[in-house]
Design a binder for this molecule. Structure first.
Ligand code: GLU
Length: 323
């Protein structure tokens, strides 16, 4: 019996020495965390990249990998299936996910938990100037990208149009393109306009505006009031003058919040460590994108639409921003 045990131990230690993980025990102990982000030319992707590099520099046991995606709706589904441990998505879509609002979600995403609010995302309808689109109504009969597949943008586009008594069927062509493609399509005239719910200054929109004369179409007046009444996650906002080439005055619109979430199954200690590392290294978040400047401890819970992960809650309680 004793001999068997000894041989067993010997085999085990040999296997450990020979396996690649065995060579480096710290590597074997590393925990992998994936973040579902968003569009390469959006803001989620660079911010998730910053979170990954914060972990790399400050959390030796955690390796965070970043995936691009259509964004909000797709990301909530990745949380539900466990294919992503964390995600960035809109606060309206995370609420709908938790509730299981159909047809967006077949069933509730019961395991979605908040880590922190990040920044405001504006509903921006970018149109070629030569398409002569001065208001949402003028989109009738035009070729329009309503957002990438799985995006929160597409849902917002439907909600906005609803308030103007319109539907996707009113367009002569409906495209669901990645943000990189919609920028290219706008530039070469294959579409007239594109919806984006994204942080102001996103690379996709800035790039389009540099290449082709373009405008941001206003969402305002009683239509906007009705929109905020029916969908209370929308708040009044403006795309400020100078945000893009050709935007010479403030353009009224609505905004939602981008939030960082995790799966409920994530260990409390890990969620705590990641939350703390983010707030200890806000400079790195700011460096990744100008929108990162909006992330502060004081506003970490603004617009949080779902219950917090206990790890994040512990951190915010320690900091005294919640009871
Ligand atoms: N809010 C966008 C969406 O879910 C994604 C924006 C981004 O990738 O920065 O449609």
């Amino acid at each position: 019996m004793r001999k068997k045990l000894l041989i067993g131990l010997l085999v085990l230690s040999l296997a450990l020495v020979l396996s690649p993980q065995g060579m480096n025990l710290s590597h074997a102990a590393k925990k992998f965390v994936s973040i579902a982000s968003g569009w390469v030319v959006g803001v989620y992707y660079p911010l998730a990249g910053a979170i990954s590099s914060i972990a790399h520099k400050n959390l030796p046991d955690i390796k965070i990998t970043v995936e691009s995606s259509g964004a909000s709706v797709a990301n909530a589904k990745l949380i539900a299936s466990g294919d992503a441990d964390m995600a960035i998505l809109q606060n309206d879509i995370s609420f709908y996910a938790l509730q299981g609002v159909k047809p967006m979600f077949e069933k509730p995403v019961a395991n979605i938990r908040g880590i922190t609010s990040l920044y405001q995302e504006h509903c921006q309808i970018q149109a070629r100037k030569d398409a002569k689109i001065a208001s949402v109504k003028d989109l009738k009969g035009k070729r329009v990208c309503v957002g990438p597949l799985g995006s929160g943008t597409e849902q917002n586009a439907m909600q906005i149009l609803e308030m103007y008594g319109m539907k996707f069927e009113d367009f002569s062509k409906v495209e669901r393109l990645t943000a990189t493609e919609s920028s290219d399509y706008l530039k070469d005239g294959r579409i007239d306009a594109a919806f984006y719910s994204v942080g102001v200054g996103a690379a996709g929109l800035a790039d389009t505006a540099m290449t082709v004369d373009s405008v941001i179409v206003p969402i305002d007046g009683s239509n906007r009031d009705a929109l905020m009444k029916k969908y209370p996650f929308f708040t009044k906002a403006v795309v400020p003058k100078g945000a893009y080439k050709g935007v010479d005055e403030d353009v009224p619109t609505v905004a939602v919040m981008a939030i960082l979430v995790a799966r409920a199954e994530m260990e409390e200690a890990m969620a705590y460590q990641i939350t703390k590392a983010i707030f200890d290294n806000l400079k790195d978040i700011e460096r990744a994108h100008a929108k990162g400047k909006e992330l502060t401890l004081a506003t970490a819970l603004t617009g949080m639409s779902i219950p917090l992960h206990p790890g994040a809650e512990k951190f915010f309680k320690e900091k005294g921003i919640m009871k």
